[in-house]
Design a protein around this ligand. Structure first.
Ligand code: F6R
Length: 242
């Protein structure tokens, strides 16, 4: 695990965007695994700026997002699909047909998850998987558990995740209780992984991910076993790692 210290959120975002744009420049038809949440927004903004300057070209890139709320269609403003269009895809020249998010509108969880796994496998798995980390160490929506998950599956969100995500909804009752998420095994199949983290609330999870025991009680800890994993985090998130 490579740990890159960033001064603050802006610095973290620029460093992460640099790593993603290097991947796209080195392999223009690469597969990117992408994440939603607050943390990657600054990196997406930076990539849009570099695209506008002509420094990076997404025409041949394809993407697979980690997760989606069950029950939300792609045009629902609270869906992750909508989030990705708004915060990234609409700002770059990616072909929207090459962007993929689990189908939250499909109520048949087994079918939706199996179809997503089939697509990710057919794409050959991501060259670079971008991840945020939950306050409780989750990656994607793989919450602390007694085993590591495998492929895409339907999860019940924990109370702490529902609380954390409620800031983006009008009321906590509007937060969906379930999501479809890539499993830990699928995430580990990416050829390289980039974790971004900022702020004091992530300090314990970042410490556990980098230096704690490898255990499904902190799903991100398995990233210690990945051969090409980079963590870019700001000072606050790295506060316990010194
Ligand atoms: C989002 C995702 C989640 C988030 C995590 C951190 O697609 O898979 O694991 O990365 O919850 O969220 P933020 O960045 O909002 O703190």
């Amino acid at each position: 695990m490579r740990i890159i210290h960033a001064k603050d959120y802006a610095d973290m975002s620029r460093k992460a965007a640099n790593i993603i744009s290097a991947q796209v420049i080195l392999k223009p038809d690469c597969v990117l695994g992408l994440a939603t949440g607050s943390t990657p927004i600054g990196a997406y903004e930076q990539l849009i700026k570099w695209y506008e300057k002509g420094d990076v070209d997404f025409a041949e890139v394809s993407t697979y997002n980690l997760d989606e709320y069950r029950g939300l269609g792609h045009d629902d403003p609270q869906s992750y699909h909508y989030f990705m269009n708004k915060n990234f895809f609409h700002g770059i020249n990616i072909d929207l047909a090459n962007t993929h998010v689990p189908d939250g509108a499909n109520p048949d969880a087994d079918a939706a998850c199996a179809e997503y796994d089939r697509m990710v496998e057919a794409a050959g798995y991501p060259d670079l998987q971008l991840l945020g980390i939950g306050n409780n160490g989750h990656i994607g929506f793989n919450e602390p558990d007694s085993v590591f998950s495998k492929g895409t599956h339907c999860v019940d969100l924990t109370e702490s995740t529902i609380q954390a995500n409620s800031r983006l909804f009008e009321s906590i009752d509007d937060v969906p209780r379930q999501a479809y998420t890539m499993g830990v095994q699928t995430i580990m199949r990416a050829r390289s992984i980039l974790v971004v983290a900022n702020g004091p609330k992530k300090a314990q999870a970042v410490y556990d991910m980098c230096f704690g025991p490898v255990t499904p009680a902190c799903p991100a800890s398995i990233l210690q076993l990945h051969t090409n994993c980079t963590v870019v985090a700001d000072e606050e998130a790295l506060a316990l790692c010194h």
